[in-house]
Ligand binder design. Structure first.
Ligand code: PMP
Length: 458
């Protein structure tokens, strides 16, 4: 535990209360309650300023700290790099950027080029800009529209929000730029079509949108491999193969947003590799350096990269920069993060522990009527809570929030669909670090079991 005594944090709490604007939350309750301040982390555990210890089943609240807390080897790698060479704009190269780019694309056959940025939103914006430039220079202004899926999330900036299918998150920040078109979600539990092959049908719905808009107008299809914050939706069997066929048929570039799934979250280096598809763009952020430094990457193919190579045309190159894409802390941390995942065989652990997690959560279904659906892959899981299993009426959002608080009171941090989908913020979310062991999985499942009982009774 931290060398400071809990009482020593009083001035910190006051400074926070007076000056910090926290993310994604209403501040009114903090006028009478203390803000939560996390002061230390080790492995899967964190301690708050009051000295309470939690098992963090969310990897830093937003599924980021894939290799766990307190990794001194990452801190050492960052320190060594920063005292040697901390920053230079990415118009020049750096040693860790070159070595990390090489190590990264080795895990991504068919992709070859890495553009460095700082956040997931920014990584996605770069793809949109590349696609718009390709449309202008190579398609005579056609193929400029970007398709995105209902319930997926791609970030907080205006372009990224315009490509996000979460109505509550986007509601207050319009108007949005033109050319972003939504396709239906593919959650089979909330069926939109009564057919046998649901995966193919949900993918066909994308084709319907393409035909409606005009295939000639569409440049990009942007999807999460598994919809994360929008409800932990694993696309059904047959979905991905059909999506890939549709993209090829209409000459539409496929962009997979791996901001959450990248670097092992669902048991493969990247989520798309669990589904056997070949994207043209992959973006990643959170797990790339597990939160030890800010880094995101936009990765693409030689074919895309070559479209920007033409020294006879002053408008040919990608007129873009990300200042802190040149900070070497990111790739230095990312290299060490990747080594840890490899050496500690965390992908295997993720798959084994993921199976155990799913088994334990399935067990909750027979015990608690309120559990409507359990879904997930690797160490990413969702539990959809319903007021009625037959009608699938969503459980009351305040009660879902109470389950989260009850789990917290039992020392386990869990989350819920992030107040983003009207009427459907009813899914509990879990994403422990990839180092989780059987005991940790049991602690998480037991806490949820008790939290459900405390909220809804048996
Ligand atoms: N894409 C996905 C799938 C995400 O979950 C998020 C963040 N939750 C983002 C993009 C945006 O990342 P950032 O907050 O780093 O901009």
């Amino acid at each position: 535990m931290n060398h400071l005594k809990p009482n020593d944090f009083g001035p910190v709490i006051e400074a926070d209360r007076a000056h910090v604007w926290h993310h994604m939350m209403q501040h009114k309750p903090l006028e009478s309650a203390d803000p939560r301040i996390i002061v230390e982390g080790r492995g899967l555990h964190v301690w708050d300023a009051a000295g309470r210890r939690y098992l963090d089943a969310l990897s830093g609240g937003v599924w980021t700290v894939n290799v766990g807390y307190g990794r001194t080897s990452i801190a050492d790698a960052v320190r060594d790099q920063l005292v040697t060479m901390n920053y230079f704009a990415q118009s020049a190269g750096s040693i860790p950027a070159a070595l990390f780019a090489e190590a990264l694309v080795e895990k991504m056959p068919g992709l070859s080029r890495v553009y460095f940025n700082n956040s997931g939103s920014e990584a996605n914006e770069k793809v949109f800009k590349m696609v718009r430039q390709i449309a202008q220079r190579h398609h005579g202004g056609r193929k400029w529209k970007i398709l995105y899926r209902e319930r997926d999330y791609h970030g907080t900036t205006i372009g990224a929000l315009a490509s996000s299918g979460q109505a509550e998150r986007a509601a207050m920040y319009g108007p949005y730029p033109d050319g972003f078109v939504m396709v239906p979600h593919c959650l089979e539990y909330r069926r939109q079509w009564e057919v046998e092959n649901y995966g193919e049908r949900a993918a066909d719905a994308i084709e319907e949108v393409i035909l409606r808009e005009g295939p000639d107008t569409i440049g990009l299809l942007c999807l999460e491999p598994l919809t994360a914050g929008g409800g932990v939706i694993v696309p059904p069997e047959g979905y991905w193969q059909r999506v890939q066929e549709i993209c090829r048929k209409y000459d539409i570039l496929l962009h997979i947003d791996e901001v959450v799934c990248g670097l092992g979250r669902i048991g493969t280096w990247f989520g798309y590799q669990s589904f056997g598809i070949q994207p043209d763009f992959v973006t990643m952020a959170k797990g790339v350096a597990s939160g030890y430094a800010a880094i995101s990457c936009t990765v693409t193919t030689d074919a895309v990269f070559d479209l920007f190579k033409d020294d006879t045309d002053p408008m040919a190159h990608f007129r873009d920069i990300s200042t802190f894409g040149g900070c070497t802390a990111g790739p230095a941390a990312a290299l060490e993060n990747m080594r840890i995942i490899e050496d500690e065989k965390l992908l295997d652990n993720c798959l084994t522990m993921g199976e155990r997690l799913m088994e334990r959560l399935e067990g909750l279904k027979s015990k608690h009527e309120v559990v409507g659906d359990v879904r997930g892959r690797g160490l990413f899981a969702g539990i959809e809570l319903v007021a009625d299993r037959t009608t699938k009426e969503p459980a009351n959002e305040k009660l879902v929030q109470k389950v989260v608080s009850e789990a917290n009171a039992r020392g386990v941090i869990i989350g819920m669909t992030n107040r983003s989908i009207p009427g459907l913020n009813n899914t509990l979310c879990l994403a422990p670090a990839l180092i989780a062991k059987s005991d940790d999985i049991d602690t998480i499942a037991d806490a949820i079991d008790e939290a459900l009982a405390a909220t809804f009774g048996k």
